[in-house]
Design a protein around this ligand. Sequence first.
Ligand code: GDP
Length: 296
Amino acid sequence: MVFEGLADKLQNALSKLKSKGKVTEQDLKEVMREVKLALLEADVNFKVVKDFIKTIKERAIGSEVMESLTPGQQIIKIVNEELTTLMGTSQSKLTFSSNPPTVYMLVGLQGVGKTTTAGKLGGYLKKNGKKPLLVAGDVYRPAAIKQLQVVGKQLDIPVFNMGDKVNPVNIAKAGVEHAIKHGNDIVILDTAGRLHIDENLMDELEGIKKEVRPQEIILVVDAMTGQDAVNVAENFNAKLGIDGIILTKLDGDTRGGAALSVRSVTQKPIKFAGMGEKLSDLEPFHPDRMASRILG
Ligand code: GDP
């Protein structure tokens, strides 16, 4: 199950309301205190938690909710709605360029699953009738090019590379030209990840952005890293500007903090979730379904 610890605790707290015929403000306060603790333990951003609890209290108190026949159920419904809103309200789909090829530039720190995700995204788009080209722009990590080639082979998707001695800006540009020449309507650009965000990394990504004008810059973040993932997202968004997020490793024993905070902190949508190591383990991210999975 997704976010097992968090789900257990939230369901536990809310179950106390379920059976009650009447809910007092004190009851609500106590349950919301438990909800708050559960979210903080799941590594959800403090400010996000504070606003979340405040909104739920405001919606519950002073409205018809407390006086209704099933106040507990109404409050649980509000929690579900607010969890959904937190993660983005509705599914945010990829956009396509009216002047193909559509270029998606994948950025992120090393080890988050960027190269794997480039392949997964290619596979997903291929299944949807597109003709993607993978472009190997990670020239710093040893074996990144080879890894992308292996992934491409498994998916039967072409991979463009120029080795690791060429400037990534030129690789990106040549990759797009290659796609035009070979009838690929999608270019998925794998870029270099570093261990930390640094000026050089950002300058280089900025250079690629200027040169190829990607339809979307998609930040790949590792859900297992919790608040760090959110900080990274904030940073990339401030410096480079991102259009969407792919959260990887949601299948692992992540506590949930990244998934629940990253949208609210950056105001950028989570577009996909990586749910495993296999190349087919990529799912469009549905905030409402995720909320329902958490609340059971
Ligand atoms: P990069 O350095 O960002 O390009 O990362 P890689 O693509 O090499 O991935 C790093 C590791 O994370 C690999 O072992 C991948 O199999 C693994 N990985 C990537 N995405 C997921 C995911 O969604 N779930 C799990 N469990 N592992 C993943």
